[in-house]
Structure formats: C-alpha cells, structure tokens
Write a protein that binds this ligand. Structure first.
Ligand code: NAI
Ligand code: MG
Length: 479
C-alpha cells in the first residue's frame, strides 16, 4: 500500500555557531600545549569526509606530563571542602547548558550522529550528569562507603566515539565530585567535543591539572592506563581492548572498571501494545545508528505476533529519514568511521551467507560520507554471527520464541550482559523476566532510557563496575 509522502524542506542547523580551530593541542595543567613527542592526526566529518581539524597525538612523555599535572593538583583538590568542589562541578554543568547549541553542532560534525539526538539527548544528559554529581560532592559520607570516604588520587579514563561528550561526563563528573583528579583520553575519531569541554573547564576556572585531556589513538590510551601514577582506570570501549587492559593491570593494585560491548535482547510478548513496541524497537536499535553498547540488537518476538510486528516495523522504518545529520528532520546519520562501516558490512554479509533474510529500508545513501541503511534480518537462528556478535550499527536480528522460559533462555544465550528490554502489559511478567535476565539494565515498555541517578553497567563480557547514581561513586572512593 502506498502511503502519501510529505516532502520535508531542508531544516539545517547553522554550522556558524561553532568556531573550529585549525589545530588543537593537548590540555595539560589548565592550558593547551604542543605535544613533546610531535605527531598529530586529522579528525574528519563522517557525513562529508571533510577534514575538521588537526589534533595533537600524545606520546608517552605527554601522557607522563599530564599524569604529573594531575598528581600535583590532587592534594589541594581533595582537600577542598565538598561544598567548594560542588561549585566547580555545578559551574561546568551550567556552562554546558549555556554552550549547548555549540556542543550539539560540534558533536554532529565530528561523530556523524543527527542533531536531533545531540540536541535532545547527548548534551542535556552530559549537563545532567555534572548537575547530579555536583549534588553528591558534599554528601560523600552518605554514599554507603563509610563515614569518611577518601578519593583515590589520579584516575585515567579512556572513552569511545559513540557518545563523545556524554562519555566524558560519565567519567569526569563522579571522579571530580569524589575529589580525584583526571587524565581523560577521548577516541581518535571524535576528540573535538572533549577539547571544547576543556575550554569550558577553563571558563569554570577549574584549578589547573584537575582535568587533563590527552588526545591520540590506542597507543596513547595504552600509555595512560600503564602509567604508574594512575591509581584507577575507567574504560569504555571494545571487549577486546577491555580484556587487554585487564591483563595489563593484573597485579598492579590499580582499580579498574570496564564498560564494554553488548548484544541486548528486546523481548516483545504477544500482549504488548504493538505500535508502542515498534517505536521502542526503532529507538532500541536505530538510535545513534545502532552504535550503542546497550542497543536492542536482537529482537525476540513471541511467535503469534511475529509477522504482524515485523510488517509494522518495516512500514515504520520506511518513514525514517537518513542523510545530513545537521538537518533537524534527520533520523539516521552517518557511520562514525570507514573501519566501523566495514565491520557492519562484513557482519551483514555474514547474515546473508548464513541463511537469514535481509531487508533494507528503502532510502538513498548520500554519495559522500559513510552510510548504512536501517536493516532487518528475519529467520535468524541463535548460532549465526548476527545473533551473537556485536554489530554496532543499524542492523536488527529478529528471532522468535513461544514461552517466557524460552525468551529468558534465548535472551541470556550471549557472552554479554549489559541491557535488555521487555514489552508486555503484565507487571508481574515484567518482574518475573527482570529477575531472570542476566543484564545490568532491564527496561520495561521502553528502551535506551538514561538518567544520571540510575546505575549502568554489565555482567560477563560487558564488563564490571557501575556508572551513574550512588553506585557510580564507588569506583572513585576508598572507604
Ligand atoms: P576501541 O576499544 O579500540 O576504542 C575505544 C577507546 O579505547 C578509544 O579511545 C581508543 O583509542 C582506546 N584504545 C584502543 N586501544 C587501546 C589500548 N590498547 N589501551 C588503551 N586504550 C585503547 O574500539 P573501536 O576499535 O573504536 O571499536 C571496535 C568495536 O568495539 C565496535 O565495533 C564496537 O563493537 C565496540 N565498541 C563498544 C563501545 C561501547 O560503548 N561499549 C564503544 C566503542 C566501540
Ligand atoms: Mg571525527
């Protein structure tokens, strides 16, 4: 059946709100400095492939300089009254709000995700994390870690490219509130919002050295986590690198939290409100092009409604708009890097080779940039790679089940355990499922909801430790 189509006039957000510098140094001791070890790299716009800026690559001596700056700042920062530290963290939150539009556009340019998401999700949530933890800074004795919990010292934080500013906020806000000093390493394809955050930290008059930002690739991250001055490491990224870091840190006495990949089940029972479930499935796997660790990448649907649900889903996917991520009407932006696009293409090809049926939303892909259409695989069996491996792209694998027991068994049949979703009218069934799903977060009749007050983290190969909420303070305090 043909649906009437409305043409959308272009509604681009202005690029002029962001002033990009041609090149960026490292942020060490409260200032932008040139790298001692020389090198630099370019960061590109995934939607256009244009070079946005040249960014410094921190070598071992630069990492050392950053850790020393953090060590020097550690004593005075920890000695400040919690209510004084709170003022700085609160100021950072306010400045993120004031510069929200600039940050939203910059994040689009560097990451490729749509402005609708950076404007409504990434940036407001980043501010919310700083607001939330500002409130904790003078109440640490109520965190459940004894009457006088102490900061750990210098923390090394390595973050990925899928939510660049938000991941920086998840890492920095609790660490600062707890009285630690930080060296943060953003991902090499998305360093720019962290560097704008560095300007915000200057504006907030955060004491020099309390936060240092070293840009670079995996070797910069490796030098940071191995540095003897770093007392605690927080990492978000791939399971492979997470395991490598865990091996490197074994026996060093350093504390570690890992937030790694996922292969979440989004489970729809026959009594679920279908049109609401369709929206939840779309949000679960096509939000941020599916480049989300907790994405609902496996749809488990109860057999009697499977055909109707998949039909409704495909109709809905036909209305998603893919293209210029700066356009306010765009739903699906660009894939962050050619390497990630290659990985998505490979895994999608394996789905076809292994016998699943592939369907793509009918949409034209722009000629420039890195794009992948919303894709649904049906007839998926649990042994296929697309049912087991994290794709980290806009690809949904549909499996079916008959009974709640079978749904639990299939949902837990994964090496990961980060998140899950349950769609049903029955509250008792939600609780029954939540008790049996081996996942750090279980959403009921919703998906991909984030809140700074709520702990987030995984089981098994999804990592360990929690970020957000009171639980998020534990990683940054000694009893
Ligand atoms: P990655 O794990 O290599 O990168 C994440 C961060 O770790 C980046 O800042 C990177 O520079 C740094 N890094 C790389 N090697 C390191 C090392 N040896 N020591 C310390 N830091 C190091 O992830 P990548 O290659 O960008 O993505 C590969 C796959 O990982 C994705 O396809 C996806 O499946 C998964 N991933 C999961 C994320 C999550 O949110 N859990 C985020 C990013 C990727
Ligand atoms: Mg980039």
């Amino acid at each position: 059946m043909a649906h009437p189509r409305f043409a959308y006039a272009p509604a681009p957000e202005s690029r002029a709100v962001v002033r990009l510098r041609p090149s960026y140094g490292l942020f060490i001791g409260g200032e932008f400095v040139d790298p001692l070890d020389g090198g630099g790299f370019k960061t590109l716009s995934p939607a256009t492939e244009e070079v946005l800026a040249e960014v410094a690559a921190a070598g071992p001596r630069d990492v050392d300089r950053a850790v020393r700056a953090a060590e020097e700042a550690a004593g005075p920062w920890a000695a400040l009254a919690g209510s004084e530290r709170a003022k700085y963290v609160f100021r950072i939150a306010r400045l993120i709000q004031e510069r929200a539009r600039e940050l939203a556009v910059l994040e689009v340019l560097d990451n490729g995700k749509p402005i609708r998401e950076t404007r409504d999700v990434d940036i407001p949530l980043a501010a919310a994390h700083f607001f939330y933890y500002a409130g904790w800074a003078d109440k640490l004795e109520y965190a459940g870690l004894g009457p006088a919990p102490r900061p750990i010292g210098v923390v090394g934080q390595v973050i990925p490219w899928n939510f660049p500013l938000l991941m920086a906020a998840w890492k920095l806000a609790p660490a600062l509130a707890a009285g630690n000093t930080c060296v943060l390493k953003p991902a090499e394809t998305t360093p720019l919002s962290a560097l704008l955050l560095a300007e915000i930290l200057q504006q907030a008059e955060l004491p020099p050295g309390v936060v240092n930002i070293v840009t670079g690739a995996g070797d910069t991250g490796a030098a940071l986590v191995a540095h003897p001055g770093v007392r605690k490491v927080a990492f978000t990224g791939s399971t492979a690198v997470g395991k490598e870091i865990q091996r490197r840190l074994a026996g060093t006495g350093k504390r570690l939290t890992l937030e790694l990949g996922g292969k979440a089940a989004n489970i729809v029972f026959e009594d679920a409100p279908l049109s609401q479930a369709v929206e939840g499935i779309v949000n679960g796997i096509f939000f941020n092009q599916g480049e989300v660790c907790c994405a609902g990448s496996r749809l488990l649907v109860q057999e009697p409604i499977a055909d109707a649900l998949v039909d409704a889903l495909k109709r809905r996917l036909g209305t998603l708009r893919l293209g210029d991520p700066l356009d306010k009407n765009t739903d699906i932006g660009a894939i962050n890097s050619p390497a990630q696009l290659e990985k998505i293409r490979d895994l999608a090809a394996s789905g076809e080779q292994e016998g699943a049926q592939r369907w793509e939303a009918p949409c034209a892909l722009p000629a420039q940039g890195w794009w992948f259409p919303p894709t649904v695989f049906t007839g998926v069996s649990p042994v296929q790679r697309i049912a087991r491996e994290e794709i980290f792209g806009p690809v949904l694998s549909v499996l079916t089940f008959r009974t709640p027991e079978e749904a639990v068994q299939k949902a837990n049949n994964t090496t990961y355990g980060l998140s899950a979703g349950v769609w049903t009218e029955k509250g008792s069934r939600i609780l029954w499922m939540a008790n049996r799903l081996r996942a750090g977060v279980v959403w009921a009749n919703t998906f991909n909801r984030f809140d700074p007050t709520s702990p987030f983290g995984g089981y098994r190969e999804s990592g360990f430790g929690r970020e957000g909420g009171r639980h998020g303070l534990e990683a940054y305090l000694e009893p």
